[in-house]
Design a protein around this ligand. Sequence first.
Ligand code: URA
Length: 209
Amino acid sequence: MTTNDNNSAVRFLPECEDLGSLRTAAASCEGCGLYRDATQTVFGEGPDSARYLFVGEQPGDQEDRQGHPFVGPAGRVLDRGLEEAGIGRDEVYVTNAVKHFSFTSRGKRRIHQKPTAAEIDACRPWLSAELAAVRPEVVVVLGATAARSLLGPSFRVTRQRGEPVPMGDALAVATIHPSSVLRAPDRDAAYAGFLSDLRVAAGAAPHTR
Ligand code: URA
C-alpha cells in the first residue's frame, strides 16, 4: 500500500473482482470522505456482458435515495437518448465516476456539488474494476467528470465530443452530461447534439456479438 491508498478505494477492492463481489465491497467504501453524508454507495448496474458502458459523474439526489444510477431527471434524458439512438437497455451497463452523492445542504435541500479531482481519483479503482469486469466494446463518457476520470484532465468534451477514441480494447465516445441538456438555454438543440453523439456511439460497436 502506498501513502495515496489512504485516500483511495483501492484498499476496499475485493479479491474476486466480478460485478457482484465489487458491488458488495463498494457498499462499505470509505475511500474518500463522501460516504459520511451520502445515504449509500450507488454502484453501476447492467449486464456483465454489456456492449456499452456509460459513465456519468456521480449519483444525484434521487439516485442517492434509491440506490440506483440514473433514475432521476438526467436518467430520463439518458433513457430517451438510448431509445432514439437504437441502443437497447439490455446492452448497457450504467455507472458513475464517483459512487457517492456529493452535495451541500441549503435548508432541507441538498444541492449537487461537483466532485473534486481527489474524489474522482479516489473512486477510480471501482470504475477501472467495472471496465475490466464488463469489457465493453464502447464506453460512453457523459460529461467532464467522467472524461477527467477516463480520458485525463486535458480532454475537452466541448471540443472532442462525438469522436471515437481508443481506450484499451474499447472505443470511447464522449458527450455532454444529460443533466446539462436540462440546464441548456436551448434544450432541443442540446438534446439533438447529445443524440447525435449517442448515434456515433451506437455505430462504433462492431456488431459481432
Ligand atoms: N447524474 C449522474 O452523473 N449520474 C447519475 O446517476 C445521476 C445523475
